[in-house]
Design a protein around this ligand. Structure first.
Ligand code: ZN
Length: 190
């Protein structure tokens, strides 16, 4: 499925974030997936347990599972491997209405950015922000503000009634990026 390179990148990020799971494996049971809190073995090469990463991963898996099962209640069992979650979502929403596929793409893209930030990789996010036009004014002046975890439009005219610059949350940025992608796919198809 042509979704740029986001699926690979997003899956890789999730996998990296979950590297400590070599000791704390993801286990699936009865259609629910959870991360075992007990170490499988005290392997000497294991990474230290990371509760923040565990919360992050749980939230990602839950969001993917919730969306997929809402769209397709007959979706197959959750994947055994963390890195396969996005592919699983795509496989099981392939015939879903367009807006549901759109939402899946937004979820995947936003999680990718969130997981980059969880790994303190602001550079990848910054590059993505630069490649996107401002959804409000259409100019190419978006900049990433690491401390606020938002993109800001540097066009002086792109402000609200109080003169405050337009800023985008990761969710809004993801929506804008996926909208742009969809338009370019449609343009290529016609
Ligand atoms: Zn703008």
């Amino acid at each position: 499925m042509a979704r740029g390179d986001t699926t690979d990148n997003a899956a890789e990020r999730l996998h990296e974030l979950g590297a400590f799971l070599r000791t704390y494996p993801v286990t699936g049971a009865a259609g629910h997936s959870y991360i075992s809190s007990a170490p499988r073995s005290a392997g000497s090469s294991a990474l230290p347990y990371n509760p923040d990463a565990e919360d992050r991963i749980r939230a990602c898996m839950q969001e993917i599972a919730d969306h997929t099962l809402a769209v397709n209640p007959d979706a197959g069992p959750l994947p055994e491997h963390l890195a396969a979650y996005y592919e699983w979502m795509w496989e099981n929403t392939r015939h879903a209405p367009e807006q549901d596929q759109f939402r899946a793409e937004v979820i995947e893209y936003r999680q990718w950015l969130e997981n980059c930030l969880a790994a303190r990789d602001h550079e990848t996010v910054r590059k993505q922000v630069r490649k996107q036009a401002c959804p409000e004014c259409g100019c190419w002046g978006l900049m990433w503000l690491p401390a606020r975890r938002r993109a800001i439009c540097t066009n002086r005219k792109c402000v609200d009634r109080d003169g405050v610059s337009t800023t985008l949350s990761l969710a809004r940025l993801a929506h804008a990026v996926v909208t742009t992608r969809k338009k370019s796919r449609q343009a290529r198809a016609t």
